[in-house]
Design a protein around this ligand. Structure first.
Ligand SMILES: Cc1ncc(COP(=O)(O)O)c(C=O)c1O
Length: 371
């Protein structure tokens, strides 16, 4: 058979390679503490699980692409409380099946040859661009602030652009963005008629001031924000997120998405509405990630590892590793992701996702200092 040349030419998804290495270590009998993948492993709060069970209906019909009004309204109300913005749940919000599919598919919905992608980055922006037959133009994120230099994008590239991807709080660097960057990016998007797509998957995992949102710009024309309950409410398996922003883009997604079949099940949407309506559990989740950071900080420092990034997400973006350290730690069972898995600009860094239990983080701290 003739495979898509994009698929045929694609390197193995980096995390598949990591999984194979971890498998080998585990098979040799070493206890693995996995900081490699950004998948929350905390329990989903009980009231959310109960909401899902209560929403199960004997009759199972297809969910609609535009989603349940009660979920769209819950998302709009949450955005109002969290960011002080007024969103119309009918025109400015659409539920998604987690946020990954929506991030991947956006390039199919928009015209324009070029997708502007941060580097290093979550790999899905680039993959969505390539499968949609678009060119990728990389925006380097460099220490100390890991923000893109919008002035460095050539005019002829801007003229051909379909999407500018931004991701703050950032995976993998943990950096946050000031609101004026969103203002400048959205002005550029309107000027050149592309979409500023802001992936805010980690907006609720923070340890300093609550990060802002691209929803807060003065004019949301050509602006789309992606968010998810995977991190905020420890619900990665539910697959529930949203896109919010420019009503014209939301209308386009309502036309496009029924072709793909990515509407979230209605029982999941009802559980999601309950989750967006509660902040107490999110506070508890933040407290847990903070405790993990604090448990590991002295041990990391003792190994010469410094967190180079910001005060949000559950990632540490570690610099100062001597060559071979990632492999040596892997043999001890401590799995960190090499920074270059997120692209060449990540070389020299290690990403640590604080997703093992607090007890495992404490154990890893002991192993790091050689106890
Ligand atoms: C930056 C970023 N965006 C989006 C996602 C997608 O999350 P989900 O599809 O679970 O909503 C992830 C998941 O790891 C992520 O790291």
């Amino acid at each position: 058979m003739k495979l898509s040349p994009v698929l045929a030419g694609m390197r193995t998804y980096p995390f598949v390679r990591l999984a194979e290495a971890v498998e080998r270590v585990s098979a040799s009998g070493v206890e693995v503490i996995h900081f490699g993948i950004g998948e929350p492993r905390e329990e989903t709060p009980e009231f959310i699980r109960e909401a899902l069970v209560a929403a199960l209906d004997p009759l199972s019909t297809y969910p609609s692409a535009e989603g349940l009004p009660e979920l769209r309204d819950a998302i709009a109300a949450w955005a109002g409380r969290r960011f002080g913005v007024a969103l119309d749940g009918d025109r400015e919000v659409i539920p998604t099946f987690g946020s990954k599919e929506a991030v991947f598919l956006l390039a199919q919905v928009l015209d324009g040859d070029v997708i502007l992608v941060p580097q290093p980055a979550y790999p899905v922006y680039e993959r969505g661009a390539l499968f949609a037959g678009k060119e990728v133009f990389e925006l380097p994120l460099e220490a100390p602030d890991f923000l893109p230099d919008l002035d460095a994008i050539p005019e002829d590239v801007l003229a051909r652009t379909a999407i500018l991807w931004m991701n703050y709080p950032n995976n993998p660097t943990a950096a946050t963005a000031p609101l004026d960057l969103y203002e400048r990016a959205s002005a550029l998007a309107r000027e050149h008629d592309f979409v500023l797509a802001s992936d805010e998957a980690y907006s609720e995992i923070y340890f300093g001031d609550p990060p802002g949102s691209a929803l807060q710009v003065a004019d949301r024309t050509n602006v789309a924000v992606f968010n998810t309950l995977s991190k905020r409410s420890s619900m990665p398996g539910y697959r529930t997120g949203f896109v919010a922003g420019d009503p014209d883009l939301i209308a386009a997604l309502k036309r496009y998405r029924p072709n793909v079949g990515v509407a979230p099940p209605e029982f999941v949407q009802r559980a999601a509405a309950a989750a967006w309506g509660d902040e107490a559990h999110v506070d508890a989740v933040r407290g847990l990630y903070r405790a993990k950071r604090e448990a590991l900080a002295p041990a990391l420092a003792a190994r010469g590892l410094r967190h180079a990034g910001g005060d949000a997400t559950f990632f540490l973006w570690l610099e100062g590793a001597e060559p071979g350290l990632q492999e040596a730690l892997l043999q001890q069972g401590i799995v960190l992701t090499p920074g270059d898995y997120f692209g060449p600009a990540g070389a020299g860094y290690l990403r640590m996702a604080l997703v093992p239990t607090l007890g495992q983080c404490e154990r890893a701290a002991e192993l790091l200092v050689g106890v």
